[in-house]
Design a protein around this ligand. Structure first.
Ligand SMILES: [Zn+2]
Length: 322
């Protein structure tokens, strides 16, 4: 559908963006699920996300964990496995490079997949709003307080190895089928493979209190965002200096929390650039903003090129910065 030309429509040309970028000092990026999808990851957040026959949003609660920690851990173990088998894309790498070159650039990520940390994004400039699949903490975090970060062990305990199909089946064909499903962002876990009933003692145990289970270090529905992260974000936004540019990547600028951060950044002088597949966003922007429609993994390295240089593909051999 074509819109009539309007003065209120956002800019779409790279040249005007690059000009503003080059004079920008304080820059905020907000990352959402679309960036993970560019790396081939299903994200499960939001309506309609299914894992096997379960509504993923129903599994992402403290109550679900309490009710059936084995089921919850199998869901998160699956997601850890998938995330480890995905690679940071060129947008993750370009943003990490921008952070290295510009200490006044901060990234707020809603993604829990560990792809930005694995892209060597400087940790002090990366604020993980919803936690990280690769952090684990004691179920009773207030009384015990145990946590550990960036534990990439897969599976995290032997009992959480993915249930496998009959080894005689055509693995290659199955892998190919899964690859195509992944590219569509679909859930590929095979609902025909039964989920084992796990014993509590086979699940990850807290090594500190030796009483509770460990849980994934992600923010579940009904939980508040991590205090240390939020305090850093507040400090950045309440600084007296203006904000020059806000990049909204792979998420809609219309919905919380992007909408909230975007309006604070605007109030501090920022112009906004949205990079997303969903063109619905364009209508919310002004003529001083930019809207780039398409795959963030392609667009981000392109529009940041004059500042970050040419960005290649992720090099596995360098390994993650832990
Ligand atoms: Zn504990």
């Amino acid at each position: 559908m074509s819109h009539p030309a309007s003065r209120d429509m956002p800019l779409t040309d790279v040249a005007s963006f690059v000009q503003h970028l080059q004079s920008s000092k304080r820059i905020v990026a907000l990352l959402g699920a679309g960036l993970s999808a560019s790396s081939g990851l299903p994200t499960f957040r939001g309506a309609g996300g299914l894992w096997r026959t379960y509504d993923a949003t129903m599994l992402a609660t403290p109550q679900a964990f309490q009710r059936d920690p084995g089921l919850s851990w199998q869901f998160y173990s699956y997601r850890r496995h998938m995330a480890l088998n995905a690679k940071p894309n060129r947008a993750h790498l370009a943003l990490a490079e921008l952070a290295r070159r510009n200490p006044a650039f901060i990234t707020l990520s809603q993604n829990v997949d560990g792809l930005s940390p694995r892209a060597n994004h400087p940790a002090g400039q990366l604020k993980l709003l919803h936690g990280n699949l690769f952090d684990v903490k004691c179920w009773d975090e207030h009384r015990c307080g145990y946590s550990r970060k960036n534990d990439f062990t897969d599976p995290i305990v032997p009992a959480l190895a993915l249930p496998t199909e009959n080894p005689d089946s055509d693995l290659k064909a199955a892998a190919e089928k899964k690859k195509h499903a992944l590219l569509r962002g679909a859930d590929i876990s095979d609902i025909n493979v039964e989920i084992p009933q796990l014993k509590r003692e086979d699940l990850p145990q807290c090594p500190s209190c030796k009483k509770n289970l460990l849980r994934p270090g992600v923010v579940w529905f009904g939980e508040s965002l991590p205090e240390d992260v939020m305090s850093d974000v507040d400090d950045y936004f309440s600084d007296r200096e203006k904000i020059d540019l806000m990049l909204v990547i792979g998420t809609s600028a219309k919905v919380y929390p992007a909408a909230g951060y975007t309006s604070i950044a605007r109030a501090k002088g920022a112009r906004v650039a949205v990079i997303n597949m969903d063109r619905g966003d364009a209508r919310e922007l002004t003529k001083d903003d930019w809207f780039f429609e398409g795959d963030a993994a392609v667009i981000i390295p392109d529009i940041l090129k004059t500042v970050v240089g040419e960005i290649g593909e992720f090099d596995d051999t360098k390994g993650p910065a832990l």
